[in-house]
Design a binder for this molecule. Structure first.
Ligand SMILES: Cc1cc2nc3c(=O)[nH]c(=O)nc-3n(C[C@H](O)[C@H](O)[C@H](O)COP(=O)(O)O)c2cc1C
Length: 305
């Protein structure tokens, strides 16, 4: 029997898979459904202090090899999220990670206070979305000083453990993770989407996405995610939620060997449906059995030089 349980920042997950932010989790009910289909935990989409519109349709291109999205962090704001979170908690005791976002430091302070009142298990701080640059400028995650400032602000305003979600679109993700650790983060999530990327409808000679560009995820970003997690693992002692291109048990195991403790799954839902979580855990079980691994936690950071 393989033990897939992971203790992450003092919170117990029955297996390492978690729904990545923004992909399915829009209501308490849909988050619950993800858990019923085998996820060890769920992450909400990014929650703003006030409602946020997002981009116009079409906002998504899903192909066999990658997904490009320009959803643009649409959300109804913290008051609506409050109801969804309480709905989820009534139905389900699998850990809930509440992902928060803001465009300025003061708003991060405010949303952190508000989300902490809701007794969520963990907070994930999104400072790395690449497709809202036109509205808000370079993401905080692209610069050590800005990433540290947000992290310090969140730390001052909550006792709940929190993870800072980083961008792969930098050349020093390990250093940025280290700065977040020194500024009080309990964990790091990596990666957010890559890019932005763009596709063109050649008959129309127009970009397929209304927003022109969007963040790239899915199979194509898996090697980038593995390298980022490896860089982060070498630089910090806090645990990592590894995310990016995972849709099989073997990929989840590779990501744990690179240094991840939990595995976020987003685009994998497009490839294998909502059952992707139970498929991944079954495949992890089979691999661990075959390779004589009794505890999935023993895989974390087990890469040899
Ligand atoms: C449609 C879509 C919406 C997303 N929305 C969010 C979001 O609201 N907040 C966030 O932090 N990340 C968001 N992401 C990024 C994912 O959480 C994840 O970091 C990224 O897609 C890489 O993982 P994947 O390859 O498993 O999808 C979104 C991704 C997709 C595809």
């Amino acid at each position: 029997m393989v033990n897939l349980e992971v203790n992450f920042c003092g919170v117990n997950f029955k297996n390492p898979t978690v729904l990545a932010s923004g992909v399915l989790g829009v209501s308490g009910e849909s988050l619950h459904e993800v858990v019923e289909n085998g996820a060890g935990g769920v992450t909400s989409k990014s929650i703003w202090l006030e409602g946020h519109k997002g981009h116009k349709n079409p906002v998504i291109i899903a192909t066999d090899n990658y997904v490009v999205n320009a959803v643009g962090l649409s959300d109804a704001g913290i008051e609506k999220a409050r109801n969804e979170i309480s709905e989820y908690k009534k139905q389900c005791d699998a850990p809930l990670i509440a992902n928060i976002v803001a465009s300025k430091i003061d708003d991060f302070a405010e949303i952190t206070k508000k989300i902490s009142e809701l007794n969520v298990d963990l907070i994930e701080v999104n400072i790395s979305c690449p497709n809202v640059e036109v509205e808000f400028g370079r993401p905080f995650a692209c610069d050590i000083k800005s990433a540290s400032e947000v992290t310090e602000t969140v730390r001052k305003n909550t006792k709940t453990p929190f993870s800072v979600k980083l961008s792969p679109n930098v050349d020093n993700i390990g250093e940025i993770a280290k700065a977040c650790e020194e500024s009080g983060a309990d964990a790091i999530t990596a990666i957010n989407t890559v890019g932005p990327g763009m596709r063109i409808n050649i008959e129309m000679r127009r970009s397929i996405l209304k927003n022109k560009v969007g963040g790239v995820s899915g199979h194509a970003v898996f090697p980038i995610a593995i390298r980022c997690i490896h860089d982060i693992y070498k630089n910090v002692k806090i645990p990592i939620i590894g995310t990016g291109g995972v849709s099989t048990g073997e990929e989840a195991i590779e990501m744990m060997i690179a240094g991840a403790s939990l595995i976020g799954v987003g685009s994998g839902v497009y490839y294998r449906g909502i059952k992707v979580f139970s498929h991944i855990t079954e495949e992890m079980n089979a691999w661990c059995d075959k390779n004589n691994v009794k505890n999935a936690q023993d895989l974390i950071g087990s890469l040899l030089d």
